[in-house]
Design a protein around this ligand. Sequence first.
Ligand SMILES: NC(=O)c1ccc[n+]([C@@H]2O[C@H](COP(=O)([O-])OP(=O)(O)OC[C@H]3O[C@@H](n4cnc5c(N)ncnc54)[C@H](OP(=O)(O)O)[C@@H]3O)[C@@H](O)[C@H]2O)c1
Length: 479
Amino acid sequence: MMNKPLVFTIFGSTGDLTYRKLLPALYQLETRHLLPESLKIRCIGRKNLTSQTYLESALSWLQKGSRFPFEQEVYDRFSKHITYIEMSITELNDYSQLNEKNKDIDHLYYFAVAPEFFEIIANHLKDSGNLEYGSHGVILEKPFGVDENHARYLNERLSIIFGEDKIYRIDHYLGKEMIQNILTIRFANRLFEGIWNKDYIQEIQITASETIGIENRGAYYEQAGAIQDMVQNHLLQLLSYVLMDKPHDFSPRSIQSKQVDVLKGIKTKHLILGQYDKTGDLLAYREEAKVDHSSQTETYVALELEVEDERFKGVPIFLRTGKRLNQKATYISVIFKPVEGALFEHLAPQQEMLIIKIAPDEGVYFRFNAKKPGLAQQVTPVMMDFCQSCIYENRINTPEAYERLLNDAFNKDKTLFTNWNMVDLTWSFASTLNQFRKDHNVKLELYPSDGSGPKQADDLLEEKGSSWIPADITDEAYT
Ligand SMILES: NC(=O)c1ccc[n+]([C@@H]2O[C@H](COP(=O)([O-])OP(=O)(O)OC[C@H]3O[C@@H](n4cnc5c(N)ncnc54)[C@H](OP(=O)(O)O)[C@@H]3O)[C@@H](O)[C@H]2O)c1
């Protein structure tokens, strides 16, 4: 629990992130009685609103964004925490109204704004004397900077102003229940722990596919592309959880040092880039608002990686992510090597496969071989499908990522936040991908919406006698 009263200040509180994620997450914490009565939430925006009209503007988001039925009584309690403050984040003079001048208060700021504003806000908080009383932490949204150099510069500045231990870098993927579960599946089961290496694993695939396009985020996406938006953070986070050595304990330091080891040892072998094209009524990426008509920004990435680590040396690792694809699914597929020896050769058993489903379905699917019932000696694949979201959804309501992360930050628990080393390495990796694109003259392939992405990404695996594991493989019935 918190030691001192907390003041939580959100910069960018009239933005999409605050309305869609932060406020519903805070509201849910209130439903669970996890917001202390003394908590003050200060919502900062440029719009001419009062606390009352701000709350009215947020109401529909709370109603549709909450996983609990809306309750007036919870809303009344929640409203008492909220104060709306009209100010411009670029105006130093405006910051004087934030100054509490009370040394017995913990402050936490959430920068729910573009990274170009991070340094301005931090400087203005400091220069206006806001950081002189009490303790001050900051939650930063990804992207942490606009490019590698900016990220490094920004980190230096923010570390000086707040201190590394007070910086919470949010990657909402880390708040997802199944991501935290990867380590449990791997290390709490002798079965998997023992075979998690190149002797048993033939191939690893990670897929994060989306059905939506870029929606209204043209300006942001033009600058980021799928490499920065998805590969650099979410996919590398997943990859590091899949490949990392066993951490000493569950402390952020132990886990992240193992993740860092993974990221230091990965190398790109192949890169496929794509961009969604016009399909029926659906616009091409280049026709979207605030997108250049000849844009070369990628909305799809497929990668083949190799790792230096002895345990996985030689195991092909494929990552793919894209927008406007035919399925919304994030999952990890681990394909095991075929059994050796002549005993079952003529019966052609299928390869065992473990699929860890991250979103929207959460769960674990395991395919292995058994004897087909009957007189003949036949082998048939059988599936175990553990649907975590089905079992727990209505019973304990697994917390949404932002809800968990905010609660952790309020309680000064940094386990699920990213440290600077990780961020630094992921920026370097993104830079190496951009360099790879130039060096190998990687072409941007146009792909139709509602398909599985560019054909070249399928060819990449086909050449190796493999194919992408589709998300609906886990729907396969027992045969
Ligand atoms: N949306 C998401 O789901 C999501 C997820 C992950 C990361 N992010 C990142 O989070 C950041 C914010 O995203 P968003 O989608 O919420 O963007 P957004 O909808 O464009 O909101 C931006 C916010 O910044 C405020 N702002 C901009 N300039 C300002 C100024 N000079 N003074 C005061 N306020 C100012 C805007 O206020 P006005 O209303 O007055 O313009 C608005 O509240 C971005 O870096 C984005 O990449 C977003």
